[in-house]
Design a protein around this ligand. Structure first.
Ligand code: SIN
Length: 347
């Protein structure tokens, strides 16, 4: 009898911890993982270069909060903003090495990897953010993001920063000829460079974290960026003129290191994907709101001379930029350009 009781006790002693271990690993998130060390949680380091109060900064924080809540603390997305962990020119290599698992670079910064992706940089390629989303969801958009996989990058989705505006310290920009001879900071993209050279301006590439310093040193006269980036990094305090031109799109592919993504269990991937898609929708809404509010603030502060392009101006600028489209087609063909909503006959 004693032997039977002993065997029963032994059975429970071994099976209970085993059952607990199995349910812990099946990721149905029943426990409070706050008590676990970093080694026992799933930690995702997410580095980006902009301020906390920009659309990207806010969305990154919201994504981290929701993922933590929904996994009961098992998945921890650690967000490093403002280039505090890796700077603009460093984050891509850090992602490839696996030192971080997530970044959200401006699409222009991916043109070194997938040059055709510079279709997003074409001036006046999109007339609304909805058009950008439509293109990204199209077959052409999917082919482009799929090509990132060849570089060990998995794009989980797209966040907006908005449309770019032009600032400079020399003169008001109303006509495209006003840009002649101005030196303008750009992100690394041959299409952005061409956009300025066709106007007789001089493009210069600088990392985002260097822009304030280069404007201050006057090594560039001006720059193009979204309003939330211009104000959050205080570029406008060094510039005298701002033109609301909405001439180009600035957005981000939110990327995981592909090997890391593939190593995740399916239920973790599902949780991250569902949460991301919800945050993406929210990010698209707040981008519009934040850019509108920022414009209001700039109008009220009277701290920089503001100019707006009329519809007529925009038509003449668009025509002037035709050679940039020809340049793109010569280099990369028309496979992607012809799928832009503005060229599709069915939209
Ligand atoms: C960013 O929004 O991440 C930076 C854009 C830039 O480099 O101008």
């Amino acid at each position: 009898m004693k032997r039977v009781v002993g065997l029963i006790i032994l059975f429970f002693l071994f099976t209970i911890p085993f059952v607990l271990l199995v349910s812990f690993q099946s990721h149905d998130y029943p426990y409070d993982y706050e008590q676990l060390s970093e080694d026992e949680r799933l930690v995702i380091r997410f580095s980006h270069v902009v301020g906390e109060d920009t659309p990207k900064g806010m969305a990154a924080r919201k994504f981290a909060e929701l993922v933590k809540e929904r996994s009961n603390g098992y998945i921890e997305v650690q967000v490093f903003s403002n280039g505090t962990l890796y700077k603009d020119g460093e984050e891509m290599n850090a992602l490839s090495r696996g030192d971080i698992q997530m970044i959200a670079p401006a699409i222009s910064k991916l043109t070194n990897y997938v040059p055709e992706i510079s279709v997003y940089d074409l001036p006046f390629a999109f007339h609304s953010l909805d058009e950008v989303h439509e293109f990204t969801d199209s077959e052409a958009g999917e082919i482009l993001t799929d090509q990132l996989k060849e570089h060990n990058l998995y794009a989980i989705g797209l966040w907006d920063s908005g449309f770019k505006q032009l600032s400079n310290r020399i003169r008001p920009i109303q006509h495209y000829d006003d840009l002649k001879n101005l030196t303008m900071r750009i992100m690394p993209s041959d299409i952005l460079a061409k956009q300025f050279t066709v106007l007789g301006a001089f493009p210069k590439e600088y990392d985002f974290n260097a822009v304030y310093y280069e404007l201050q040193k006057k090594s560039v006269d001006g720059q193009e960026n979204t309003l939330t980036n211009i104000t959050s990094k205080n570029f406008y305090s060094l510039q005298d003129y701002l033109t609301i031109s909405n001439h180009g799109y600035l957005g981000y592919f939110v990327l995981f290191n592909l090997d890391f993504w593939n190593s995740l269990d399916n239920d973790v991937k599902q949780l991250l994907t569902d949460t991301f898609l919800e945050v993406q929708q929210w990010e698209w809404e707040i981008t519009k709101k934040l850019n509108d509010e920022t414009l209001q603030k700039i109008e009220n502060c009277q701290c920089i001379e503001l100019h707006y392009l009329s519809d007529e101006d925009i038509n003449s600028w668009e025509e002037k930029f035709n050679p940039v489209y020809d340049f793109y087609i010569r280099k990369y063909g028309d496979q992607f350009i012809k799928e832009l909503p503005k060229f599709r006959s069915d939209t």
